[in-house]
Design a protein around this ligand. Sequence first.
Ligand code: NAP
Ligand code: GLV
Length: 313
Amino acid sequence: MDVILCGDFGPGERDDWLSALSSAWPAGRWLDVEGARRSAATVRAAVVFPPVGDALQGLPNLGLVQSLWAGVDRLLASGEVPADVPLARMVDPAMSRAMSETALWATLSLQRGFFAYARQQGRRLWRPLPQRRAETWRVTVLGLGEMGRAAAAALAHQGYRVSGWASRPRELPPGVGAAFGDAGLGSLLPKTDVLINLLPLTTATRGLLDARLFAALPPGASVVNLARGAHLVDDDLLQALDGGHLGHAVLDVFAAEPLPPGHPFWTHPRVSVLPHVAALTDPHTAAAAVAANLQALADGRPLRHLVDRGRGY
Ligand code: NAP
Ligand code: GLV
């Protein structure tokens, strides 16, 4: 089967993917953009690392676009994927595990005061802080999908009091509570010490992390944004931190990436910045997920992890 592999790869990255994908699915003839244009009629699938520009236009027999990213907000907003072609997002257990590690690291660092100790080190200050027990810490995870469930499970396993939030009731990991819809969120926020965002970016979730939401959190609560920068209203976060209502923010994602050098987050003492690395797609593990969907397409079986364009995720 002819497959186009295209997108915004860093130096050497496309070769790494090509090697992993060819091993995972030797049945594919892997084409670049020019190759796909020459063989337009036989290209059946696309594996993409967005943005992809117009690479997917003019391929009349495209039956699957497989994203190498979990979040498809950018692909959907750009219109780069023809509306009648099924779009699948990346779901890889190794990626979910990486996300759970980041969520656990952030929560542990907040609970045990490790960010505060890093600030103290800068002042050569030797001052033990109160030690807080995990079972007294209430963590709310926004989103109970692949990423949110993995994070919630790891946090509950570590002993935290974990609740999740989603739009519809769904099966929960052991030890995790949940609430649904707007009223559900309203009930969780006042009982939250750490709020972790793992929602997809949609019209319903854009700007959700704003002044109103922060005001509903208890004083001293912290915010961890691991999903998309546009979920957060930057100025509202800065005001809530500077006004003393919020304790700390851990931010992996930003409205503009890379985060511009002059942005106040870089130097804010109560903000920890990561360069969008909470869970990277790893060719060594993700190639198997891609291969499974390509084989399903080849066999005429149902495709997995398809995006619901109506819902936007
Ligand atoms: P997913 O499996 O599609 O799960 C999305 C979850 O969000 C679902 O539980 C869904 O609820 C919930 N949700 C969506 N809209 C909602 C709303 N309006 N109100 C309440 N709940 C809502 O997605 P995923 O794989 O977990 O990924 C989530 C996001 O993480 C991605 O979209 C991406 O932006 C981000 N991400 C970031 C990185 C990174 O490195 N920083 C890496 C991977 C992913 P239902 O269950 O009711 O549908
Ligand atoms: C990363 O942010 C992803 O969506 O995979």
